[in-house]
Design a protein around this ligand. Structure first.
Ligand code: AP5
Ligand code: ZN
Length: 227
């Protein structure tokens, strides 16, 4: 299973990618997480990316594409991946085609999760993430059992710097200007699957799996069992 997840900041790409990764037994590959991890380790890549992330801008394509090419070339992703946060503009979308062609692989689908601005702003403002394991919660919609503590690993929950109001506004602007055209790119290639992201977390997961089955991206043998 090779999927790309598209959608505005805060729509639930990371949340759904983690679930789909478990469901299909393939890794969740998130460029945002790769940058945040590099930043927490204070590597040169992390320090460079931080300038753009804090401003709500895209990290330059050469850096991001190189990172994804390297990640998708590792053995752990040979049977598939759920790509979250990439591609984010048309240059990256074409680069992904090149990377996959070089690997002799192809995408099964590009899933666009759709929700209005009011919904995504509410989701971003209540998001909390674990510093240790990266798990994502929401103070209202997916609350941890103990406030401020990760139920999975006991790590501290924090609010992302780029979830401040003015940065969120810029991320949404960048999304509309640069990332929305990527949806049309995949529509033209017959790979686009759109789902309603306004519903609750379980319902969105279910509708993605159903839509993939309808589009024959999921084989029946894989779709049997829990979902
Ligand atoms: P990135 O980390 O990719 O951020 P993003 O695309 O803005 O997406 P988010 O992580 O904010 O949201 P999400 O859709 O994953 O939502 P989540 O599941 O967390 O990128 C960050 C930055 O890195 C970029 O701004 C850029 O600078 C850089 N970058 C990354 N990739 C790049 C690239 N390819 N090129 C250049 N630069 C790049 O959910 C949000 C909240 O809502 C959570 O609290 C969750 O619990 C809750 N929630 C989720 N689903 C639901 C639901 N159905 N109902 C109720 N609540 C829900
Ligand atoms: Zn944790």
């Amino acid at each position: 299973m090779r999927l790309v997840l598209l959608g505005p900041p805060g729509v639930g790409k990371g949340t759904q990618a983690a679930r789909l990764g478990l469901r299909f037994g393939v890794p969740h590959v998130s460029t945002g997480e790769m940058f945040r991890e590099a930043l927490s380790q204070k590597t040169p890549l992390g320090m460079e990316a931080q300038k753009y992330m804090d401003a709500g801008k895209l990290v330059p394509d050469d850096i991001t594409i190189g990172l994804v090419r390297e990640r998708l070339s590792r053995p752990g992703v040979s049977s598939g991946f759920i790509l979250d946060g990439f591609p984010r503009n048309l240059v990256q979308a074409r680069a992904l085609e090149d990377v996959l062609r070089d690997l002799g692989a192809a995408l099964d689908a590009a899933v666009s999760i759709e929700a209005g601005t009011e919904t995504v702003v509410r989701r971003l403002s209540g998001r909390r993430q674990c510093r240790r394991c990266g798990a994502v919660y929401h103070v209202e919609f997916n609350p941890p059992s103990e406030p401020g503590r990760c139920p999975k690993c006991g790590g501290e929950l924090y609010q992302r710097d780029d979830d401040r109001e003015e940065t969120v506004r810029e991320r949404l602007r960048v999304y509309m200007a640069e990332t929305e055209p990527v949806i049309e790119f995949y529509r033209q290639r017959g790979l686009l699957v759109s789902v309603d992201g306004e519903r609750d977390i379980d319902e969105v997961t279910q509708s993605i799996i159903s839509a993939l089955k309808e589009g024959n991206a999921v084989e029946e043998s894989v779709s049997d069992g829990d979902s």
